[in-house]
Design a protein around this ligand. Structure first.
Ligand code: FAD
Length: 291
């Protein structure tokens, strides 16, 4: 199917882009990598009057890792930039583990990290990783910049907290307390598919104790599931068989899977429990080797 007719602008600055969005009064949409928006246009799930293509705006393709370990990812950083970043492999294990599991190599060359978070797909890998990491999104609109915590950013399926004339300019992962450890596991029917169920785990470990535990899920609910409260059973002590089991059970209980062509809800919940346990056991084993 062909998309509905739309206008197209390629602004050279964020301010110019905001001007087009404001003039569009809710009928204009940002085009980043186009890997979700273009299919939606073709299926006529979206029919904006105007596309505001941000790809010509300079200076949005950075990955900055601060001396304190905080990470800033600009709006035009592609999935493959995350996958190829040697710095991120050591600085942020959860992102590094997820990067090669997002879509397929062709999609990863164009699709952007921030665009994926903005798309707020319940099966989206980056929204789950950012939620587990306790990150936030910096957005800019006519009145300037503001920060939106990930827990407030995804409002529901394909719904984010941006006003119609705001642009997400960067994703920020705060500095870890202690050592950041974590991983990402995803069950997909075939390589490149969306998640049947996936689990993002991001822990901070200091003096052998877990000082922060973030866990989030994709594919097992009508939106990204923030299971950080369930993960709090891990905080204040070292990882142990008991705490891992308690966390795996609590996180699986926080999932809201539905039976569909990818599997039954019971099956998906079991996958979540297994993945949480597998990631945490892996971390515990490598912590023991370090100690
Ligand atoms: C074949 C295929 C397989 C896929 N598999 C997966 C998968 O396994 N896992 C996964 O997570 N995703 C998958 N996707 C989806 C895709 O990877 C991301 O959703 C996509 O890359 C989003 O980023 P984008 O830059 O392409 O955004 P676009 O498609 O350009 O935009 C998506 C939405 O976000 C908005 N937007 C984008 N950037 C901004 C911004 N800076 N500020 C405000 N709004 C913005 C747009 O207006 C639009 O509404 C797949 C896509 C395809 C085509």
């Amino acid at each position: 199917m062909y998309p509905s007719r739309f206008g197209y602008e390629a602004p050279k600055s964020i301010e110019e882009a905001i001007g087009y969005l404001t003039a569009g009064a809710g009928e204009a949409k940002i085009l980043a990598g186009g890997q979700s928006l273009v299919p939606m246009l073709k299926l006529r799930f979206a029919a904006p009057e105007m596309l505001v293509d941000i790809n010509s705006i300079p200076g949005l393709d950075y990955i900055n890792i601060g001396a304190d370990g905080s990470i800033r990812i600009g709006a035009l950083v592609r999935h493959e930039d995350i996958e190829r970043s040697e710095e991120l492999k050591t600085a942020q294990p959860t992102l590094a583990a997820a990067a090669h599991l997002v879509a397929d190599p062709i999609v990863r060359t164009r699709g952007t990290f921030v665009g994926s978070v903005c798309h707020a797909d319940p099966q989206g890998d980056w929204a789950a990783a950012m939620t587990a990491l306790g990150g936030h999104i910096v957005v800019q609109g006519p009145k300037g910049k503001r920060e939106i915590a990930m827990k407030d950013f995804v409002l529901g399926p394909f719904q984010n907290a941006l006003a119609f004339n705001e642009i997400a300019i960067e994703a920020v992962i705060p500095a870890p307390q202690g050592t950041p450890v974590g991983s990402y596991l995803k069950l997909e029917r075939r390589v490149g598919d969306f998640a049947t169920a996936s689990v993002a785990v991001a822990l901070n470990i200091q003096g052998g104790n877990v000082v922060r535990a973030g866990i989030a899920l994709a594919g097992v609910g009508g939106r990204t599931i923030d299971a950080t409260e369930a993960a709090s059973v891990l905080v204040g002590k070292p990882l142990s068989e008991d705490s891992i089991l308690a966390a795996a059970e609590a996180v699986a209980a926080a999932a809201e899977p539905r039976t569909d062509h990818r599997g039954s809800s019971d099956y998906k919940r079991q996958i979540v429990k297994t993945f949480v346990s597998r990631i945490l056991t892996g971390i515990a084993n490598s912590e023991q080797k370090v100690a």
